[in-house]
Design a protein. Structure first.
Length: 236
């Protein structure tokens, strides 16, 4: 079981902050890239089997998971002796937008909500994915944690975000698949928080107890408070 979310009163929301990988985009690309493609290329370069390469790489991933370097393609290019951006381009056909994302973003626009992408993705990865998906045209702003010098998991991220993208924590909805990031946002005072139960379409849905959660954005298609009142009263 996962925590359900109360209906959102969109009249109480000014801004919607959205994570990218696993939230707007299918995390299958990233999981395949780091767990299959990079070990394969790393092994080919060093004469290792796929299993041997994985055994060497996975602990190195875990050592810095959740830090800015974990998300930095330049860091991994230096560490592994591989062109990480080029390797991402080799499998960019796997980059995919989750179901109902575009309709949700357009519905937000129709209600005049500010749509902000808030991601840990490195700028080079971000550029590749935005070009592939055309998401940028459906957003008012795109912010990478690399621009701020600290990952979203860190408490220091949120004051820095506030400095460049002023927002009222009580009137901002934030959707992310990373529970550690959501915890940091909650600690900063964000009122409206939602987790994603199915970040990777190839993996089972997650059970999430600590935050209200959605499977996909069809569950969030917005109605204004007045529209919702009419709908509940059976009016057209």
């Amino acid at each position: 079981m996962s925590a359900t979310h109360d209906p959102i009163d969109w009249d109480q929301i000014d801004s919607v902050f959205l994570d990218m990988d696993g939230t707007l985009l299918d995390l299958h690309f990233d999981n395949h890239f780091w767990l299959e493609h990079v070990p394969r290329r790393y092994g080919e370069a060093r004469g290792l089997s796929l299993d041997e390469a994985r055994a060497e790489l996975l602990p190195r991933y875990r050592d810095i998971e959740g830090t800015l370097n974990w998300y930095c393609v330049d860091h991994w290019s230096r560490e592994l002796g591989l062109d990480i951006v080029l390797l991402k381009q080799e499998v960019e056909h796997l980059i995919a937008v989750h179901p109902h994302v575009m309709e949700f973003l357009e519905a937000l626009a129709s209600l005049g909500k500010r749509r902000v992408l808030v991601t840990n993705a490195h700028q080079k990865t971000l550029g590749l994915k935005l070009e592939r998906t055309r998401l940028a045209g459906h957003l008012e702003r795109v912010i990478s944690s690399h621009d701020l010098g600290v990952a979203k998991e860190s408490p220091g991220f949120w004051p820095r975000l506030q400095d460049i993208e002023p927002f009222d924590p009580t009137r901002t909805l934030f959707v992310d698949d990373n529970l550690g990031v959501l915890e940091a946002a909650r600690d900063y005072g964000l009122r409206w928080l939602l987790a994603v139960r199915e970040p990777d379409s190839r993996k089972p849905r997650r059970s999430i107890e600590t935050f209200p959660a959605i499977v996909n954005f069809s569950e969030l298609m917005p109605l204004s408070g007045s529209q919702a009142a009419r709908a509940s009263a059976g009016e057209s």
